[in-house]
Design a protein around this ligand. Structure first.
Ligand code: DHB
Ligand code: FE
Length: 267
């Protein structure tokens, strides 16, 4: 009763894995080292850690699947917003917050620059703003940790879900993101070290934008000033997702501004 898809995918997987073993004349010890790494990833993994996903990501698999799956969004000026990987630190239960609120619930100890982020969600074909769209964002704190990795941060710190108003606008306060290493104390970190690669991700903010009748958009935006744009440890950067934080005057709450429109594709 195997489905045609399972038949195709598993057949192909087995063929490629066997070819991989033959091509490299894999030894029993090497194969066992691979098994151990998989077991280690499994043992380390839970909702907070997602080590299995991290292992896939340092091998470029999540970014490749993103590229294969979302072909329409491109780099052209009028293209819809490009997609990027979800990553391991998304949480499905992020609360709605009113527009204008601050997602920084726990002030970072090492300081941090406050950003007023705002923009419209628009239909990329008609250019019309979309009211009632959901814009969900999440980011790491300046210590490089997401809220679920860090007992010092309040639950849902640096996360929020915003509904666009009548004019299709969303707006809130957040931190200027900073670069940080992906968790380096497990199998994905071990793989990076073995390959002589660094674990850093360029500073980014995650966005998940949804609106009924439109293709859900999972993406990340990156700070143009970051030094890891060209060698993201998980290969997620796309040129069109690089943004500029600009100085903001006359706002007691933030010294920087980021205007960012999200352009969705109708189903
Ligand atoms: C990965 C993605 C992230 O957004 C992040 O903050 C850390 C790791 C990843 O793809 O593994
Ligand atoms: Fe991230």
């Amino acid at each position: 009763n195997t489905s045609p898809r399972i038949r195709q995918v598993m057949g192909s997987l087995i063929r490629h894995v066997h070819d991989f073993a033959r091509e490299n004349e894999l030894t029993v010890d090497e194969w066992m080292a691979g098994v151990k790494l998989l077991n280690w990833a499994g043992q380390m993994s839970d909702d907070k850690r997602n080590e299995g996903q991290l292992v896939c990501d340092v091998l470029g698999l999540e970014s490749l699947v993103d590229e294969i799956t979302f072909t329409l969004a491109g780099e052209a000026k009028d293209a819809p917003t490009a997609t990027a990987i979800l990553g391991p630190f998304f949480r499905a239960d992020t609360p709605y917050r009113p527009n204008g609120t601050d997602i920084v619930l726990t002030k970072p100890k090492g300081g941090g620059e406050m950003v007023f982020m705002h923009g419209h969600v628009i239909d990329f074909r008609t250019k019309k703003p979309l009211a009632g769209a959901d814009v969900e964002v999440w980011q790491a704190s300046t210590n490089g940790l997401y809220e679920q990795q860090d007992p010092e941060q309040a639950e849902h710190n640096l996360r929020g879900k915003f509904k666009t108003d009548e004019e299709g606008r969303y707006y809130f306060y957040c931190l200027r993101p900073t670069p940080y290493p992906i968790p380096n104390d497990g199998p994905s970190g071990k793989l990076l070290t073995l390959m002589d690669r660094h674990p850093f991700r360029p500073a980014h903010i995650h966005i998940l934008a949804t609106k009924e009748g439109y293709r859900p958009l999972t993406t990340q935006i990156f700070d143009r000033q970051d030094k890891y744009l060209d060698n993201d440890s998980v290969f997620a950067v796309k040129d069109s997702l690089i943004v500029d934080f600009v100085p903001l005057k006359n706002d007691p709450h933030a010294s920087l501004e980021l205007e960012y429109d999200v352009k969705l594709v109708a189903d």
